[in-house]
Write a protein that binds this ligand. Structure first.
Ligand code: ADP
Length: 213
């Protein structure tokens, strides 16, 4: 049983890597962004606040995120090990996670240049049903049929925050608030730097480090 964190700028491919790794190692994928999007779909009052934070590229209040994560981690399936995608995003969240007394074994930092991220944002579409991510502008990441998910045949849609204006804010939030946690985990000796590479290369690099966990 291993617990893993992925840190990366917005649209770097954390979700895709998390899916591939969970499949290979039978781990649970915990995507905070997906949990928030589910909440928004429910149309609850808090959903309106979450949507406005996402649209403006700002972080959601720590208390809401910590409660959400805490509930998710208490579910039975997490005992087999998990990958955290999109948490922590600031130092306070990292410290709160420490206090939960859950051992984190590996933190992978996916370093991707801003220009590459902008490219990915422009073409990114996601399945409205299963959440699989595709990219219309990158040949190897296109769906087989235009706007249809390869896995479940549902419609592909654009995320509300995948536009250049919101991206600039998300990137700034990342630099100011999320980057400091890289040193936090480096100092603990569990951080691994993964260079800017293609999807499959990133995956193989991580697998090389994890071995047969
Ligand atoms: P990306 O990493 O590509 O920006 P995510 O789906 O992980 O996409 O996150 C989308 C948005 O959800 C963020 O811009 C932010 O508003 C919110 N969010 C996700 N994770 C967190 C978190 N740990 N703390 C606060 N807000 C979060």
């Amino acid at each position: 049983m291993k617990n893993i964190i992925l840190i990366a700028p917005p649209a770097a491919g954390k979700g895709t890597q998390a899916d591939m790794l969970c499949y290979k190692y039978n781990l649970v994928h915990i995507s905070i962004g997906d949990l928030l999007r589910e909440e928004i779909k429910k149309g609850s009052e808090i959903g309106h606040y979450l949507e406005s934070q996402m649209k403006s590229g700002k972080l959601v209040k720590d208390k809401i995120i910590i409660d959400l994560l805490h509930n998710r981690l208490n579910e039975n399936d997490c005992k087999k090990g998990f990958i955290l995608d999109g948490f922590p995003r600031n130092l306070n969240q990292a410290e709160q996670l420490d206090k939960m007394n859950i051992k984190i074994d590996y933190v992978f930092y996916l370093d991707v240049e801003k220009e590459v991220l902008i490219n990915r944002i422009t073409g990114r579409v996601v399945c409205s049903s299963c959440g699989t991510v595709y990219n219309n502008l990158i040949e190897t990441l296109k769906s087989k049929q235009e706007n249809i998910c390869d896995k479940c045949n549902s419609e592909l849609i654009k995320r509300i925050d995948d536009n250049i204006e919101t991206f600039e804010n998300r990137y700034e939030t990342y630099i100011n608030e999320t980057q400091p946690i890289i040193d936090f985990y480096r100092n603990k000796g569990i951080l691994y730097d993964i260079k800017q590479l293609e999807k499959q290369e990133v995956f193989e690099e991580i697998v090389k480090i994890l071995g047969d966990i």
